[in-house]
Design a protein around this ligand. Structure first.
Ligand SMILES: [Zn+2]
Length: 258
């Protein structure tokens, strides 16, 4: 016998795609259930049941029913916005950066994963972008902080302060490299022949290490653009190594981080 149950929980929208003329298929990161996809019948047209809640940058309370099997799509009954981030939605740069962070979260998680710290990290990232001034270097630093934090929570933290092979501190290294496998810094003598690497420097690695510990103090001078640009190459190399491809939102991100 098929049992269906209805439940309500806090959730963040990870993606919303049109399905037919009226429906939406929405992927959420839910407080209890983790990543979960639901169909919102009439989601494109029903203002009453969903009230603008099925878009990116929304924290919602969602009510849905599901069958007895975990792998079937949930049916969304109702959704209301609990928190939105208007200063993200008013800025092309913030939308591009926020969309990239959201897509990365979605792609790193399997269904049923992501409750707790990852959900908190994503909401924290939106709040940070919402309050951050419209300043390219500060916004980019925030993106790197979020990516490195998320990768750490997902078990992909790169080694940034020491050579992954011999443990030499990067500020002691003569010539430094970053492994395209995504595991972290390498000193020149530890590079295997044929291993694909990027050249880097101790200041770049240590800047990323610093950003990975938390959002930069807003009172302080922003991280120099030259360091961010070099750090960016390592961060996106890391994402590419983990996912084996670039994210869709990367092409838009490149427009705001030229
Ligand atoms: Zn080494």
């Amino acid at each position: 016998m098929k049992i269906s149950r209805t439940r309500t929980e806090r959730a963040v929208v990870l993606r919303s795609i049109e399905y037919g003329d009226k429906d939406l298929i929405v992927t959420f990161l839910m407080a209890d259930e983790g990543k979960r996809t639901a169909i919102a019948k009439g989601g494109k047209v029903s203002k009453k049941r969903f009230a603008g809640s099925l878009e990116l940058f929304r924290v919602c309370d969602v009510t849905y029913s599901e069958g007895s099997r975990k792998d079937t799509m949930a049916i969304l009954k109702e959704s209301t916005v609990v928190e939105d981030f208007r200063h993200i939605e008013a800025s092309f740069d913030k939308i591009a950066i926020g969309s990239y962070g959201t897509e990365l979260t979605r792609e790193l998680l399997r269904d049923g994963e992501g409750q707790g710290e990852i959900l908190d990290a994503l909401v924290g990232f939106y709040r940070r972008l919402h309050h951050q001034e419209e300043h390219a270097a500060r916004l980019e630093a925030d993106l790197h902080t979020f990516i490195l934090h998320l990768l750490g929570l997902s078990g992909y933290a790169p080694q940034l302060t020491h050579c992954v092979h011999c443990g030499l501190a990067v500020d002691q290294g003569q010539r430094l490299l970053f492994s395209r496998r995504g595991d972290g810094a390498l000193c020149q003598p530890c590079r295997d022949s044929g291993q694909s690497t990027l050249d880097t420097t101790a200041p770049v690695l240590l800047t990323l290490a610093e950003l990975s510990t938390g959002y930069a103090d807003i009172e302080r001078e922003p991280v120099p653009v030259a360091l961010l640009r070099q750090g960016r190459q390592l961060v996106f190399t890391l994402v590419r190594a983990i996912l084996s491809r670039d994210l869709r939102s990367y092409s838009t991100l490149k427009m705001v981080m030229p």
